[in-house]
Design a protein around this ligand. Sequence first.
Ligand SMILES: N[C@@H](CCC(=O)N[C@@H](CS)C(=O)NCC(=O)O)C(=O)O
Length: 221
Amino acid sequence: MTDLTLVIGNKNYSSWSLRPWLYLKHFDIPFNEVLIPLYSDGYKEKILQYSPSGKVPYLKDGELGVWDSLAIMEYLAEKYPEKKGWPEDLKVRAMARSVSAEMHSGFFALRENMPMNCRKVFEVFVPPENAMKDVERIKDVWSKNRREYCLKGPWIFGEFSIADCMYAPVVMRFHTYSIELNELEKDYIQTMRSHPAIKEWLAASNEETEIIITSEIKVAP
Ligand SMILES: N[C@@H](CCC(=O)N[C@@H](CS)C(=O)NCC(=O)O)C(=O)O
């Protein structure tokens, strides 16, 4: 029995939903899940029954509602401090917050040109120049921090943190669009894709039948 309900979109496509879902699963926090297929008939009204923003993800904790993926994880990190959502060290925590905020407020070309589509793999895909800049910046974030914190664990800052949840959808995108990676980046993708929760998410994505056409049509240039 739990008071927590997470409202999410399609697992195949909803990148923002994946973030707090992974957080809850990774830290074994029990929750109910409500999935509203995005862009299906009446989907907006259904979301608005929960979230004033009209967007997913949305977390209901009893009478309290929290929306926006990062705000939800911040709330969960405070509600369950023993789960350590952020790195313990002040400086590492500042870096984890910086890369999380950078992801939350940027990378628009990547989002636009490489939508999350967990089921799909485009074997030949050359991102447009502006999206490629985003890809390179993300690879820098992963490689630099993986080098620095590798002794502490396999995640961006060693131990699993909110930063990994923020970048999980990019892992899916890099796989879908067959982005060239160095060994450190490949290891990170492998770590994320072998996480039991991610395997569960991917298996559920494969079972979904809804198609969001704007996330499907990508022609390799
Ligand atoms: N900044 C928000 C973005 C939420 C968002 O854009 N969610 C998308 C789904 S991935 C959505 O609800 N789209 C439906 C719509 O805009 O009508 C967050 O981090 O939660």
